[in-house]
Design a protein around this ligand. Structure first.
Ligand SMILES: [Mg+2]
Length: 177
């Protein structure tokens, strides 16, 4: 199961505390585009632009890693001023590794942010990096994604139980120490 579990599950990409991650030593962030940064096929907006500017000012290296086609990803990358990989074949980890090689980072200080378990998160876990799952920005999705949302819901159900048990265990452990 852990292959499908994100390190963290948050409401939105725009609620991630990147400053904290930078202080913890993280240096690179890989982003899925569709429904992670903007709705599916929507152009880059001011919010996305601002996020990338902030991250780059903080010292993060950023890369768009999308399974979508080049024209879509290229256009987005020009607005947010970040490099990109299109048709990335997520969840295969090869392109995640390629980004780390390019950036000179390791799985220990690299983060993947995405809205899909079976592509973004699974690939990040296979590459052994930190994975952050976010809720999709907009409910309108292509049919092949809608179909993947069903098993995703099952995994998220077990993931939430896993988180509750993990927290309870930690509390117990603290009491014992
Ligand atoms: Mg997506």
């Amino acid at each position: 199961m852990s292959l499908f579990y994100p390190s963290e599950y948050l409401d939105s990409t725009y609620k991630i505390d990147f400053k904290r991650f930078y202080e913890e030593g993280y240096r690179a962030v890989l982003f899925d585009v569709d429904n992670t940064l903007v709705p599916h096929d929507a152009p880059a907006d001011e919010r996305a632009k601002k996020l990338f500017k902030e991250l780059q000012d903080m010292g993060f290296k950023c890369m768009l890693v999308s399974n979508n086609k080049e024209p879509r990803v290229k256009k987005f990358s020009e607005v947010v001023k970040a490099d990109y990989i299109y048709k990335a074949a997520k969840p295969l980890p090869k392109n995640y590794r390629k980004v780390m090689e390019k950036f000179g980072t390791t799985p220990k200080n690299t983060i993947m942010v995405g809205d899909q378990i079976f592509t973004d998160i699974m690939g990040g876990n296979l590459a052994k990096m930190k994975t952050i799952l976010v809720k999709p920005i907009h409910p309108k999705e292509e049919i092949q994604i809608v179909l993947k949302r069903i098993p995703e819901k099952v995994i998220l159900f077990f993931y939430k139980i896993h988180c509750v048990l993990f927290r309870r265990n930690q509390k117990q452990h603290r009491k014992e120490v």
